[in-house]
Design a protein around this ligand. Structure first.
Ligand SMILES: N[C@@H](CCC(=O)N[C@@H](CS)C(=O)NCC(=O)O)C(=O)O
Length: 283
């Protein structure tokens, strides 16, 4: 590499560091402005955007509804992270980490906030006794893979995705480092899915719902522009099979539209009723 950086003794904040998210990144936490969160008619209020972490929860809620859990009806409000909505006072109050997704459950005596996508999936699975095996090896496997995903995603998103797609310039060293790690992770899943239908054997669980939005979408070449070709994702045949199978689920098709920001006919900025999907062009 030619442009070698010599770190100063003390790091200072370079506001002009560039990159897609430079305008919203700061070295401090907390709210930047007052912005109350809207509250809709259902006990479950989701505040999110349809990024890979965001759609995990919308997919879970749609799967719960599809499985007949009418108590999983929800309002989904758009938190536009590119515009800094995650730093509004109302959002920071339900997630001090200022990242989507976050959920508030108003069904109990006190409103219950839940943040971190893995924690939200587990909270909903336990609340409805669904998509998480109750005991034994299957439950332990499910939670192992759920936490595997939450731990690995920063390498795929913050590492590979950032340097391949969002950094102001392409640098070989970080792209190489994180492409290697992304392929290692894809290979783990491919080998596992060669002998399992779903992540936890025969049952579709919250582990699939957490892993698919990242690794399933990457396998389908829907995550970062051209990344599928770059990482030769078609080589991972078993992962491909699983990724396509999950993508065909009607609840997954609906969930990934929720809190979409684009002008595309499959983006639903807010979701307040099952009928909201009727006007979408869901493939
Ligand atoms: N570990 C968190 C990560 C959430 C996360 O990174 N969310 C991103 C979108 S995918 C976000 O809100 N980014 C906005 C920001 O970093 O300011 C989770 O799984 O919920």
């Amino acid at each position: 590499m030619t442009n070698t950086y010599i770190p100063p003794a003390v790091w200072t904040w370079d506001k002009e560091s560039g990159g897609k998210f430079a305008n919203i990144n700061r070295p401090v936490s907390g709210a930047t402005h007052n912005q109350e969160l809207p509250v809709g008619k259902y006990p479950l209020q989701l505040y999110s955007q349809n990024t890979p972490n965001g759609i995990k929860v919308a997919i879970m809620l749609e799967e719960l509804l599809a499985a007949g859990h009418s108590g999983a009806e929800y309002d989904a409000w758009l938190i536009e992270i590119g515009k800094g909505d995650q730093f509004g006072s109302g959002f920071v109050a339900i997630n001090p980490n200022s990242k989507i997704p976050a959920l508030v459950d108003y069904s109990g005596h006190q409103p219950q906030r839940v943040f971190e996508s893995g924690a939200i999936l587990m909270y909903l699975a336990e609340k409805f006794s669904a998509f998480l095996p109750a005991t034994g090896t299957a439950r332990t496997e499910c939670l192992s893979w759920l936490f595997w995903q939450v731990g690995c995603a920063p390498y795929l998103g913050g590492g590979f995705g950032h340097f391949y797609a969002y950094a102001p310039e392409k640098w070989e060293y970080p792209i190489n480092r994180f492409a290697m790690e992304a392929k290692r992770q894809l290979d783990i899943l491919d080998k596992h899915l060669a002998i399992h239908q779903y992540i936890v054997g025969d049952n579709y669980t919250i582990a699939d719902m957490a892993i698919w939005p990242w690794y399933g979408c990457l396998a389908l070449d829907e995550l970062y522009h051209n990344a599928g070709t770059f990482l030769s994702v078609s080589d991972y045949r078993h992962l491909q099979r699983w990724a396509r199978q999950i993508s065909e689920r009607p609840a997954v098709k609906r969930g990934r539209c929720v809190n979409g920001t684009s002008d595309s006919p499959s983006a639903l900025r807010e979701r307040h009723d099952a009928s909201d999907f009727d006007r979408l062009n869901i493939r």
